[in-house]
Every structure is written in structure tokens, then in C-alpha cells.
Design a binder for this molecule. Sequence first.
Ligand SMILES: [Zn+2]
Length: 484
Amino acid sequence: MAPLSPSVRFAGGERHCANPSVSLLAKPSSSSLSPTKSLIFCIFVVISCVSSAASAAFGFLLFSPSSSRVLHHRFPSPSNSREPLARPLAKLPRPVVVVVSFDGFRFGYHLKAPSPNIRRLIANGTEAEDGLIPVFPSLTFPNHYSMATGLFPPYHGIINNIFADPYSGEWFTTKNHDPKWWLGEPLWLTVARQGYNAATYFWAGSEVKKDSWICPPKFCPKYNSSIPFEERVDAVLGYFDLPTDEIPVLIMLYFEDPDSQGHVYGPDHPEITKAVVRVDQIVGRLVRGLEERGIFDDVTIILLGDHGMAGTCDEKYVFLEELSPWIEIGPDWVMSADSLLTIRPPSGISWEEVVMKVNKGLSSGNVGNGDKLTVFLKEDLPEQFQYAGSDRIPPIVGVVEEGYTVKYKREKRYECGGSHGYDNFLLSMRSFFVAHGPRFPQGQKIPSFQNVEIYNLVTTILNLKGAPNNGSVSFPNSVLLQDA
Ligand SMILES: [Zn+2]
């Protein structure tokens, strides 16, 4: 019955580990591996876990209604470029990285719409040929903050878009900028700590004042979704007109599309095509602005997204109230539902018993779509989810099959659109990664990788000392040209 039995779905992946720096962050563990052995082990794991789906043809990815989870076994390829060294900067005195996030940009979207600007960056830069793998849960805030910090959600603290503190009962929402929620060291803080300017034009966590990052109004506007995309790009271009030593070395820029359209219409709708055309025009506006200033080849542009999108039509629901013959789940036990079920029963109720009863009901054949949901004690989740090491994560986590939605009660209204938050290794949950700049070989294709690698990639390009994180130390050098 269980669609997600770890031994089946994660065969070959169970020995995934994060990387040596995890030990700097995690609670003391019982691991007996020495640091050297850990490093070797993790290199092995990175090698064996890094995904690539050359054979998972694009059509399969976009048009299969239930693209299955694919594990890949391919070496991270070293640079296939003939250029051994990074191209020297022509005009700027130091490297500048612009990271641009398009929310919900599912991998492959750019292939289904005319996108000359994105394609130009791919042709002259580097692309993860099978997309960028999000962290679990494949939701916006956990993923944006993982890209900013290089940490899996249990370590950076943003374990969902909305969640409750288990001790105080206080709820975190996406509007909360209290630093107590936001752990780890995001890129903008790393930059500020080392004496440079950073700019964030809407990025989850960027308005949180932390140590030397004060979210200066000049470089850190307050989130306002009504600011037109063009205005955002023009503001970023304006930073390059500042005196040279004031130009931010890091600029992080966020757009809500095409996530908005994906939720309403699903990933295969013509509205997505339109949204991708618009996204491409935004990329074109940025590129043109840099060209006009004569710095396009000096500036590193990284295009990416936080997660993909799966269609949710055909009444694919699981209703928790149908479990009542086995267990009465109180509405206040349910911390989140939809694409990610999390349950925190009141004290005195055995978590193990809840898991056992829920799974018994789900596998009975008498709960609609019961076979599409499996419930785990969080510590029993497959290790690749990296979703246990925080008390903020409720003790019981339900993993839902792609495209299905968990609701507490049966509702009359059915939704038909798109969703995300599912198993982060599903192809449908992947986003894209395209990078263009002096340290990226032209025309380079790299295997898929997880977005916790972005932090080390950016700090390496900027020649900054990064904070400990879950990315692998070797990743940047496996994709970048050597510094000139
Ligand atoms: Zn979304």
C-alpha cells in the first residue's frame, strides 16, 4: 500500500548525507565516521546521488501527468569547456553576482515558450541540464532561504511557509521578520560582514535585520507584490550607476511568476506559456541594461527558481475525516495540509499509535485515495528529505503523491490548477538553473544538483569566506572556471 516505502522509493539513496559541514550545525550525532571518512563518504554520496535525467526526455517531464521520481547516477561532470581560466573583468573592479529567482519556474518551462533571452544565457553560459532540485518541502519560503543560506530547512528554521513554534505556540507566517525565526547566515549577511554592499529586491528573509545586515532602504526595499517587474529590474540596473565602490557585489532579485499562473491554471496551460514569455522579456531587460553599461560580460547572472509545479485536477483529494473509523484526528492537530501533511497531536497521545492507525486506515481501501498518502514519524522519513532535525517540524509528517491534496473535511468546491510542496526529488518539483558570467564555461551542461549548493557557489565567485552550511565544499570548483 505504501507508495513511499523508503526501501523501495529510495533504494540507493538511503545513504545520502548532507556534507561534512552538517556536523557543524547538527546536534551531536552518534556517527563514528572520522572527518576524513565523512568527507570521502560524502563525496561518494554526492557522486552517487547527484541527479541527471538525460534519458528523461523533456516531453516526459512536461507532459507526463505523474512523472515518477527518478534517481540518477552520474558523476558531476567537470567543465567540458576549452577555457581553462575565468575570463578577466573588463570594467568592474570585482566580481558581481545577480541571482534572479522566478517563483515556481518548473524545469522545462523555457522549452515550451519562445525564450530567446534565457536561451542566449544558456548557449553562452552553464545550465543544469535536468534542472535544480529543491529542498523538502518544495515550498517557496523554505527553498528561497535554503538557497540564501546553503542550509536544509531544519537548520535554517523556515520549515514551512506557515508553522507554529512547539513551545510558545506562536505562529510563523511569511510576513514575520523577527530574527528569532530565521537561523543561519544568508548570503547578504555574509557579504555585509565582509564589508561589501549587498542588495535584495524581495527575497524571503532579506528584511530580517541580523548582525551587520540592517536591510538598508536603499538596497532592501520592503516586499510589495504590486511593484511592476520592469521597475524591479530598472532599480537593480540603477545600482550599477553608483560610484564603483558602492555597487553591491551581490544582488538578489525575486519575481512571483510563473508560480501565480501555475497555481491557477496548472503547469501545462497556455497561460504558462504566456508567463514564460514575460519572464524571458524580464531577463532580456536585465541583459540589455547591463550591455548598455558595458558590463554584461563582467556581471554573473544566475537564473533559478525555488520549485516546480504539478497539476492538481481530477479531484485528487484525501480527506482526513474519512479516517474516523480508525482514528479521530482533531482539527487542531493538523499543522499543515494540502501538499504537505504535518500533525502534532496533543500531549498524552502516542505519536507511534497515531502513525499506525492513520496508515492502517489509509491502506484499508476505504479511504478515498488513501494509497496516495503515507504518514511517518518525522525521524522515519527517508533521509533524503532532510526533514527531521528541528523541533519546529511536527512529529508526524505525511508525504502526498504528486498532484494530490490533503484536506481535513470534504469540501464541495474542487480546485483544478497546480500545486507544489511534494517530494522534492520528483521531476515535476524541479526548477531551472542557468548561469552566465566570467567563471562559467560557455555551453557547459551540468547534472542536476540541490539548491543548498547555491550559497557556496556564490561565495566562491565573490571570493568571500562563507559560513558553515549543508552545501558541498567541492561543488563550486566542479562547475566554475578557475579564478584568473
Ligand atoms: Zn506556489
